[in-house]
Design a binder for this molecule. Structure first.
Ligand code: OGA
Ligand code: FE
Length: 285
């Protein structure tokens, strides 16, 4: 690690809570998960979790020093004019353009394209992606995109323009925020990308009915350094680097993250409500 890296976001002095994080257990099989109910008798996934209790440090005291390009995440103050995050039309009309501006400002990207969003609302006892239920927090360490699936998404969405755009630097950045707060139920833990080795990342198939996405599952390493923003409010947002085509040393490319249960959260906390929005960021070649 460089001297610069050591000066930034050193967790030693930061307050922390302990989180039981679900990593990928060692296995020789390529991991997969179906996003839908499989046919009877078919497994939905072959993934086995290995749970490791890790300190999750409060990032607030060092929030000013964090960046998408170094640690792979940042906390921004970004109030939204959206009145109803459950109104799909309002999201497209109001939230998408806001998000494009926030992500452009944070990355310096010349063009930002929102390609997807997910609203999650905790229903106790409900699994993620169960029919008829809202999307649930994801309590599994992962990275949303890989070297193969990130440019593939550009081709999927931007067709004829894709090859020209992919000649320049391209990033995938998520914008994540609670819809109400202070958020205590299932906050998002983010992992300093500098502490992640390439061999920690395991290619994993995310199988939809019409396509197969590729993500990373993550093997545990004691080197991982985890952070979270306690009690996030709706005017705050986390930016998450899910992919960067820039392979220069020191540039965060794949930032693992997961929801976790904060053991210090009160039993009567509000159920999580959050929205995450995925963007492609283009820098001209
Ligand atoms: C994401 C993500 C999980 C969650 O925004 O990419 O993994 O629980 N979110 O919000
Ligand atoms: Fe994710």
């Amino acid at each position: 690690m460089s001297t610069l890296a050591l000066r930034r976001a050193e967790p030693a002095a930061l307050p922390f809570v302990e989180g039981a994080l679900n990593y990928l257990a060692p296995s020789n099989d390529r991991p997969f998960t179906l996003t839908y109910e499989p046919d009877p008798g078919q497994p939905r996934t072959n993934i086995v979790n290995a749970t490791h209790v890790m300190p999750i440090h409060d990032l607030r005291p060092v929030a000013d020093t964090l960046s998408l390009d170094v640690e792979g995440f940042a906390l921004v103050n970004a109030p939204s004019a959206v009145r109803d995050f459950y109104d799909e039309d309002e999201l497209k009309r109001v939230y998408y353009p806001e998000a494009e501006r926030i992500v452009a400002a944070a990355t310096g990207g010349a063009r930002v394209f929102v390609f997807d969003h997910t609203v999650r609302r905790r229903v106790w006892g409900s699994e993620d992606r169960s029919p008829g239920a809202p999307r649930q927090p994801v309590g599994r360490v992962h990275v949303d995109h890989t070297d193969r699936s990130a440019p593939q998404r550009v081709r999927d969405f931007l067709g004829a323009e894709a090859e020209a755009l992919l000649k320049g630097r391209m990033q995938i950045v998520n914008l994540w925020r609670p819809i109400r707060g202070p958020l205590r139920d299932a906050p998002l833990a983010v992992c300093d990308a500098r502490t992640v080795a390439p061999e920690d990342l395991v290619l994993t198939d995310l199988v939809y009915r019409d396509r197969t996405g590729e993500i990373y599952s993550v093997r545990h390493s004691p080197a991982h350094r985890w952070y979270y923003a306690p009690e996030m409010l709706p005017h705050e947002a986390l930016l998450l680097k899910c992919y960067d085509s820039d392979t220069a040393p020191g540039v965060a490319r794949f930032m693992p993250h997961t929801a976790f249960d904060d053991p210090t959260a009160p039993a009567d906390m509000l159920p999580r409500e959050s929205i995450e929005l995925r963007t492609m960021v283009f820098h001209p070649a």
